[in-house]
Structure formats: C-alpha cells, structure tokens
Write a protein that binds this ligand. Sequence first.
Ligand SMILES: [Zn+2]
Length: 401
Amino acid sequence: MGTVKLYEKNAYTIEFPARVKQQKQTPNGFEVVLDRTAFYPTGGGQPFDTGWLNDVPVIDVIESQDVIVHILKSRLESDTVSGRVDWKRRFDHMQQHSGQHLLSACFEKIAGAGTVGFHLGSQFVYIDLNKPGLTQHHMAQAEELANKVVFDNIPIKTYFVEPEDLAGLPLRKPPAVRENIRIVEIDGFDYSPCGGTHPEYTGGIGLIKIRRWEKNRDNTRIEFVCGERALEDYRNKNQGINSISSLLSVRDFEAAAAVEKIVSDNKSLLKTIGQLKEDLCKLQADALIQKTTAVDGIKIVKLLFDSRPFEELRMLASAIASQKGCIALLCTTGEKNQIIASRAEDINTDMRKPFNSAMSQIGGRGGGNNRVVQGGFADPGNAQLALDTVHQGILEALRGR
Ligand SMILES: [Zn+2]
C-alpha cells in the first residue's frame, strides 16, 4: 500500500498527524515512511518539501513506487508523529510551478510553442520552448495574458481521471503515468497532467515576470519569476536603479539613457587619452634622443621607470626606434617587472641574442623578433642589472657586426 498523499487533495494542508510505518538508518540519514503525509517528494519538476516530524528536520523527500520516504537528520523516538511542512518553501514552489503551467499555456496559445523543459531551482526558474525565433513581442504578449489570468483570479482545480477519459480533455501534454492520472486545470484555460502542488486560485501565483530569454539550440529558454520571487526581484531592481539614478542625478526612467551617454563618453575619452599618450611618447622620445650621446653613430636610450604601464613603455620604445640610428632599452618595476628593447630599422643587428642571454642571467622570460624583444622577471632588484646586461650585449653585437 502506498502512502496517502495529503498534498494531492489539498496543497494548503501543512500540519498533520501520522503513524510511523517504517524507520531505518542509511548513509543519507534516517528514512521514515508514514501512513499519510503532506510532504511533497521531488517530482514533475517541483523540488521536495522540507519541514519537521516531531521537531526533527526533514532534509529530503523522495517517492519510490507510490511510497513517500522522508529523510530525517536524526531518529524519531515515537510511533506517532506530528508533521509540519515549511510553508515558505512550499508556497514558493506552488507559485513558481503554477506560474510555469500558466506561462507555458500562454506561449502555446500565442506562439504555438510547446514546453519541452522546466527547471525550478532555488535561484532560477526557466522553461524551454520548442521554438527558436521568438521575439520581444511574443514575450510581452505571453506575459500579459498570463498576468491577466492571474488578475482574473480563476480556480485551479485538481482531479483524477481514468485513461479512457483522456481523449475528451484538451491536454497540453500527454501524461507521464498510465494510471492515477491527475489533472491540474486552470479553469477552462489549461489542462495539464501533473502531481504537483498548486494554489486554489490563480491569484495565489502572484505577478509573473519574464526576466530574460535566449535562443538555446533549437529552443528558446525563458527565465521567469512568480509571486514572492517577483516581488524580491522587483525590490532588488528598484534598489539598483534608484542608486544608479541618484549617482547620476537623474530620474529612474532616465537612468538607461544617462548610462549609455557615460559609456559613449568614456569610449571617446579613452580614445583621446590614447592619442595624447602617443603624442606625449613622441615628444618624450625626441627629448630623450636629444639628450643621448651617439656611440659609433648609434644612440641607445636606456631608462628605468617606476610603475609605468608597459603599454606606455611599448609606445615610447616604438617612438624612439622610429628614428634612424636609435635603440630603446626601457624597463619598469612595480606590480610587474618588465623590459623592452627595440631598434631602428636601419640598425642591422638581431636583438634576440643579447636579450635572451640577459634574461637567462636574471631568471626572466621573454621573446620577440630580431627588432623588438620584451620580457619580464620576478625580482625588481634585478632591473638595473637587466638593463645593463642587455645594453652590454647589444654593444657587443653591434661591435661584432
Ligand atoms: Zn505541473
């Protein structure tokens, strides 16, 4: 004999007396079977209830061949129990699950899109629809219709039917079971075979809000929230938009446009800054080259910087090496210790050999081509040594040409 499922008759029964039929210890906890229960087991996309049996926490509920098994944290000390389902969690599941029925029905009616997947998690609720090309328009229509059915507050009925009665019902999907077929009917609007728990009227679902949707292979995945979760979502969004609009000193409905402007301003500022940096590097390169004495017609500009972004070092090196007869040898220490060496095109020497041998001396790494080489090393104390060694290597290479 299976367990009497109180949740099938009335989803609002959350306190109940029952008799313990079986109790055994397993690695998961204490498995308890009762003669009757209001605890819903994981199934049909709806997660299990939690709660208490005589104040012992119920941490999981599963169904096995019509028998409901409660997993408890510790042993029950009596043969009769008083059960209590955690209503907050259960009602949340009722709202999301019923909202799913309703939203699925609306997508079926509006876009001919069938529901092929449903996930009710602690954070996300989504359905997968078997149609890829849905638009914002479909979303708005389905959402509007679903909420109209909520606001109309029509009954949600549950009843059992015989297999032969199925043909007479406009079911949205075929039942997963062959007997004890339970129908959840949103009064004349939607008929679904389902064993889950639902409010008595659609008003109990509360607001239904689509949060986002995306194409997922040949399907469309719709993420949504219902009831309390929709309120929580609204609360968070309201808080977010209020703090953004107060930061930007605009009204909430102006925030998106204000942020768009900031993003575009920022883009052009970054472009200007990049241009200015390049100009600055060119001027700096000229000044540095002027100060440097040529040896055998070649000027080597050697400099050690403190915490200068490597991107700027690269710019400066390229500005120096863009002038005939010049070599840049620049290093920066800070968060990263990096070095770059770059030569003008008219100097015919391979920069890799002196660079690599200096790097191996100080335990650094790097590489490049015969004109520009760059690398990094761990110990900032090696910076001057790195510069001097590469410098020495370059001089030798130049002499040996
Ligand atoms: Zn269902």
